[in-house]
Design a protein around this ligand. Structure first.
Ligand SMILES: Nc1ncnc2c1ncn2[C@@H]1O[C@H](COP(=O)(O)OP(=O)(O)OP(=O)(O)O)[C@@H](O)[C@H]1O
Length: 392
């Protein structure tokens, strides 16, 4: 598999696309040469797993390894080279996943990912090579909450579109095809715009195609968004009961009153002058408001963490609701940071309600011990200098 394919849109943004009936649970994880984890084996993983240890011990690298199994790439580095242990030629992550239940389609699969310094990836599912990381994502859908998740509030619209599209893909399996069609159309149209011929028949035809794909894509986003915002309102009210109301607004990327085709035609001269398409779903965004103001300008850092947690948790809930029992896996890196005990407890309760398998990292086990009381079996791992010991 080429580097481009691994870092293409879907592996990072749409991890989990195509998942059908899996109630995924990772039961075993082998890690070889991921950062400071030279050789690690975790067995008998539980629905809830806590990894604790000092700074730099390797906790995030374990979560990163699980993400590698889901997307063939890290969630914190774009190049495989920086994730591969210094001096090693490649990294390998192997995992065993069970899904389904006794009533329906119980099955076990093994997933394997090897990444090489030149960016190449070898991916195997149950021993067989697969070309696309999207297959992995279907087996092991993963949602990450880490310090980068603040980008949902403070980052660019692109971060929020990725977040939204992750969810749309799970609900609407044709979305992938429409999204690809839209990307092809906009590339073609932009190329023709740069040629600068206003009477170009080909340009007109691509504009029509683009408008049709754009409307379809946006409809799927709107339908998902409406469910997401309702679920988010419930979750945020639970985890952040003492703040201004936090609400979401969807901006589709062009004038609400007009069709995309009308807007593209009206903006043709400007598009030709500047050589690209100004309006459309590529400009969509989600506004996140606390009261009437932007949440990122109004809320404290801890409150912001609760809001981004609520966004991810709302997605986890919708994921579970849509597949008649499907669940994703949550990777919660340094969950206690920035949260007081009471708010941390509220987040943990919500996590538990998603019924997802969860991997939580923290520095001090005591931070979680008093607040994490779900009924699910819990495994506790101590991480120290790249070595991991199962304590419970
Ligand atoms: N390519 C690499 N090869 C070897 N070691 C690496 C590599 N990249 C990073 N490291 C080291 O691996 C260690 C693991 O870092 P990791 O981020 O997993 O720690 P952590 O336990 O999550 O720490 P923190 O609590 O500070 O977030 C760090 O000491 C880091 O310096």
């Amino acid at each position: 598999m080429s580097k481009t394919a691994v870092y293409g849109f879907y592996y990072g943004e749409i991890a989990g696309f195509g998942s059908t009936d899996a109630v995924s649970m990772l039961t075993r994880l082998d890690i070889h040469n991921v950062r400071n984890l030279a050789q690690v084996r975790l067995t008998d993983l539980s629905p809830a797993n806590i990894l604790y240890g000092a700074n730099g011990s390797g906790k995030t690298s374990v979560l990163e390894s699980i993400h590698l199994l889901s997307a063939a790439r890290s969630f914190r580095s774009y190049t495989a080279r920086s994730v591969i242990s210094h001096g090693a030629g490649n990294l390998t992550v192997y995992g065993e996943v069970s899904s389904g239940n006794e009533e329906r389609d119980a099955r076990e699969r093994s997933l394997g990912v090897q990444r090489h310094r030149n960016g190449d990836a070898d991916i195997r599912i149950s021993g067989l090579p697969v070309r696309s990381a999207a297959h992995l994502a279907a087996e092991l859908p993963v949602l990450v909450l880490n310090s980068d998740s603040f980008d949902l509030l403070t980052g660019s619209p692109r971060d929020r579109r990725r977040f939204l599209d992750w969810g749309v893909f799970h609900v609407e399996h044709t979305f992938f095809t429409v999204w690809q069609r839209y990307q092809r159309c906009i590339r073609q149209r932009n190329t023709l715009l740069r040629r600068g011929n206003i009477r170009d028949a080909e340009l007109m035809s691509w504009t029509h195609e683009l408008a049709a794909a754009g409307e379809s894509l946006t409809l799927s986003r709107q339908v998902y968004f409406s469910r997401l915002s309702t679920r988010f309102a419930q979750v945020v009210a639970s985890v952040l009961p003492d703040s201004l109301p936090v609400t979401l607004q969807f901006r589709r990327g062009w004038d609400r009153e007009r069709s995309l085709l009308e807007v593209l035609n009206a903006g043709l001269v400007v598009d030709l002058e500047q050589g690209f398409t100004h309006s459309g779903p590529q400009r969509a965004d989600i506004r996140i408001l606390a009261g009437d103001a932007s949440a990122s300008d109004t809320l404290s850092r801890g409150q912001q963490k609760l809001v981004v947690s609520a966004l991810k948790l709302a997605q986890g809930h919708l994921f579970a609701e849509d597949g008649g029992g499907d669940r994703c896996i949550f990777l919660l890196d340094d969950l206690p940071s920035e949260l007081d005990d009471e708010h941390l407890r509220l987040v943990c309760e919500e996590v538990e309600q998603t019924r997802a398998q969860v991997f939580i990292s923290c520095i001090d086990l005591a931070d979680l011990h008093d607040v994490w009381r779900p009924p699910d079996p819990l495994s506790v791992f101590h991480v120290e200098h790249g070595q991991i010991v199962k304590e419970k």
